[in-house]
Design a protein around this ligand. Structure first.
Ligand SMILES: Nc1ncnc2c1ncn2[C@@H]1O[C@H](COP(=O)(O)OP(=O)(O)O)[C@@H](O)[C@H]1O
Ligand SMILES: [Mg+2]
Length: 261
């Protein structure tokens, strides 16, 4: 598969590395430092605009902590936008570090200090993104990579909410576990995300790093009868409900909700 970048250079893709819901990521021939993400479906107009803008907004600081897009890729025949180029990111997904079983295997020397370092670096990386007026939006356990020396690399940057010329190019995805109460159950389309929304996901990830991968809102139901959310019965307890009702098993609110850690 071949594409052209914005300067007309031909980019030849080689093997596929991985794929997500939106795109497949490939090695490219002749440059081991760069990878290509090719979208699986047609790219909506707003996202196309965002992808055209992002390479021009790149800074050294952003590249140090993220796989910020550095080029766009066009189809050689139709001339349509098909993907982006970005730096290859090394590291393992953050859940490999906070999950005790995978941590033992994949981060065998990680101690308490390392976990705190990772949490600190995650907060700093998110702060860097925020300092430009951008929001991560879809902060989740697969979009944060941790290197062997505890550095944080954010991937899937094309889904970030980007601020350009006082206009926000939105992020229309999210994962319930890292979504604050006020956004639970609402479609993400059309919603302007705030930095404070990211802070909720950051707090969850920090908690998971420090508490063996446990989510702060999981808990066991300790009252009689079946557990039910306000709108529907929930069994087993689905994470959206305790977040929505702000009933962390670890908080004082568990008296009212009968959820215990
Ligand atoms: N810059 C990168 N360097 C190396 N691997 C990457 C990079 N970006 C993405 N990947 C791999 O590709 C997968 C899918 O990429 P992602 O951007 O999350 O796709 P999607 O938007 O479809 O979810 C990631 O989980 C990761 O394994
Ligand atoms: Mg994505």
């Amino acid at each position: 598969m071949s594409f052209f970048d914005s300067k007309g250079n031909k980019i030849d893709l080689s093997t596929e590395i991985a794929r997500g819901a939106e795109g497949a990521v490939f090695n490219i021939q002749g440059n081991n430092e760069i990878v290509a993400k090719v979208y699986l479906k047609d790219i909506p107009t707003d996202k196309t605009k965002k992808l055209f803008l992002m390479p021009g907004m790149v800074t050294k600081e952003l590249l140090a902590i993220s796989s910020w897009p550095i080029e766009v890729l066009f189809d050689s025949t139709s001339g349509r936008l098909r993907g982006i180029l970005m730096h290859r990111m090394k590291g393992r997904e953050i859940h490999d570090l906070y999950g005790p079983a995978s941590r033992k295997q994949l981060f065998p020397t990680a101690d308490w200090r390392f976990l705190i370092l990772a949490a600190r670096n995650l907060a700093a990386a998110i702060d860097t993104i925020h300092s430009y007026g951008h929001v991560i939006g879809d902060l989740n356990q697969k979009g944060v990579l941790i290197t062997n020396n505890g550095l944080v690399k954010l991937i899937d940057c094309d889904s970030f909410q980007i601020q350009y010329d006082n206009k926000n190019f939105l992020c229309d995805v999210g994962v319930p576990d890292f979504t604050p109460p006020e956004l639970q159950d609402n479609p993400f389309q059309g919603i302007v995300r705030t930095q404070n929304h990211d802070n909720f996901g950051l707090a969850v990830l920090c908690f998971q790093l420090l508490f063996l991968g446990r989510h702060p809102f999981v808990g066991r139901y300790h009252a009689h009868g079946e557990y039910s959310g306000p709108n529907r019965p929930l069994n087993p307890i689905e994470i959206g409900h305790p977040i929505r009702s702000k009933s962390a098993g670890y908080s004082g609110a568990n008296q009212a909700t009968h959820l215990r850690s």
